[in-house]
Design a protein around this ligand. Structure first.
Ligand SMILES: Cc1cc2nc3c(=O)[nH]c(=O)nc-3n(C[C@H](O)[C@H](O)[C@H](O)COP(=O)(O)OP(=O)(O)OC[C@H]3O[C@@H](n4cnc5c(N)ncnc54)[C@H](O)[C@@H]3O)c2cc1C
Length: 384
């Protein structure tokens, strides 16, 4: 049996499905959510293992096995588009669900260092879910909550990482709900909460101020050269672009990702959700008319159900037909996991010892080939 930390995606399906509430999720030494079982309450019924999306293959009941229809798109509403990570398609889909009387589930920044799933039922509160938060989200008991909403006949749009969408379907089990539409993001991995906490401690101490809110994809210098904007209690703002910001550096170099992200079971074809959203990074090459550096989404319509919802927002978006091949050429995470940083173990061993600046200097640099080979051999030995 592999180590829990190597296979657990932190999705929380087990905690949601446990009939006795014996499982709670806690941050491990690296800062990822892991299940902890209260052996006094556990009846060893095995439900947790039966719903685990890493121990079982979960499928979308709307059948996502077809080749997805692929579209390049962005919201016509410029304010929405600029406040979103890519083209703002998530917001337009969500607003359509509100117009139909439904609710939307997505990830919000619940406190400066706590990110988690929330249910929203109106367009004003939708701002909380808008935009990517590059920190692992706490699913809490969201799948149980979605199940209750669906049983009450509510229409639900659920969004999250591919493993979280798989977790939702696993918890819903045999029950097929027509009222549920799922959106997964193209995800190259979820970063550790502990790394984010360390970064926040450092920026708060430098600013001598408390962090209130963060925007991971601020577009003041454009969509491609996005920056991480932090707003403090005094209203002071710090903003550094992706090449300068220490947190973005360790995130984009894959140092700080959950170990299971390098072997993601759901971030590939067939995609698990009805609709997949990501950045159409190479849109300038393949659909130049869709690029003005304000953000363009790649949209995969994986099921007829997802395509049906997408058809309803045609008036609010600009779109052009594309192909899976073109999109994958600029965004391989659509079909495969990102690579684990070959010094991930060392990075986490150093996390409590080094500053963010020292971590970046040590792990986010190019090394000579002979050093890379030696370190790769060391990693192979440690992986055994
Ligand atoms: C951790 C992470 C890694 C990503 N990696 C890639 C990548 O490698 N390539 C790529 O093309 N796109 C990636 N994305 C997705 C991309 O950043 C946009 O979220 C996506 O293009 C949708 O953009 P939008 O403009 O339509 O809407 P937005 O409003 O920007 O989308 C917000 C959506 O993201 C969800 N979300 C936000 N933070 C989290 C979180 N921490 N966990 C789960 N769901 C979250 C919200 O629930 C909402 O559905 C990643 C997103 C996250 C959160």
């Amino acid at each position: 049996m592999p180590k829990l930390s190597a296979i657990c995606s932190s999705c929380g399906a087990c905690a949601n499905a446990c009939p006795r509430g014996a499982i709670t999720m806690h941050l491990d030494m690296e800062g990822f959510y892991r299940p902890s079982i209260d052996s006094d309450i556990c009846s060893k019924c095995g439900t947790c293992e039966r719903v685990c999306p890493w121990l079982n293959d979960v499928v979308n009941p709307n059948n996502s096995s077809r080749t997805p229809k692929t579209v390049a798109a962005f919201a016509k509403n410029e304010e929405v588009r600029l406040a979103s990570s890519s083209g703002g398609i998530f917001t337009v889909l969500a607003e359509q669900i509100f117009d139909e009387g439904g609710v939307v589930v997505g990830v919000a920044q619940l406190s400066p260092t706590h990110f988690g799933h929330s249910v929203v039922d109106n367009k004003v509160d939708l701002a909380k879910l808008r935009s990517s938060k590059y920190v692992q989200a706490d699913a809490g008991l969201i799948y149980k909550q979605v199940r209750s909403l669906l049983r009450d006949g509510r229409k639900v749009l659920f969004s999250g990482t591919p493993c979280q969408v798989a977790a939702l379907y696993a918890v819903l089990g045999e029950n097929h709900f027509e009222n549920l539409t799922t959106v997964d993001i193209v995800c190259h991995g979820t970063p550790s909460v502990k790394v984010w906490q360390k970064y926040v401690d450092e920026i708060q101490s430098t600013a001598n101020d408390n962090l209130v809110k963060s925007f991971f994809r601020d577009k003041q210098f454009g969509w491609r050269k996005f920056s991480l904007k932090n707003i403090f209690a005094s209203d002071n703002i710090s903003s550094l672009d992706l090449d300068q910001d220490k947190f973005m550096q360790v995130f984009l170099h894959n140092c700080a990702l959950n170990k299971s992200c390098a072997n993601c079971h759901y971030g590939k074809l067939p995609r698990i959700a009805d609709v997949t959203l990501g950045d159409y990074w190479n849109v300038a090459d393949v659909h130049p008319e869709m690029d003005d550096d304000k953000g363009t989404s790649v949209v995969l319509l994986n099921t007829a159900h997802g395509e049906g919802l997408f058809a309803k927002i045609a008036g609010q978006i600009k779109q052009c037909d594309s192909s899976l091949e073109k999109a994958v050429a600029g965004n391989p995470c659509i079909v495969r996991s990102s690579k684990e940083h070959f010094r991930r173990y060392e990075f986490f061993a150093d996390l409590d010892k080094l500053t963010m600046d020292e971590l970046v200097k040590k792990y986010c640099v190019r090394l000579p080939l002979y050093k890379i080979l030696l370190l790769k051999i060391k990693k192979k030995l440690l992986d055994r």
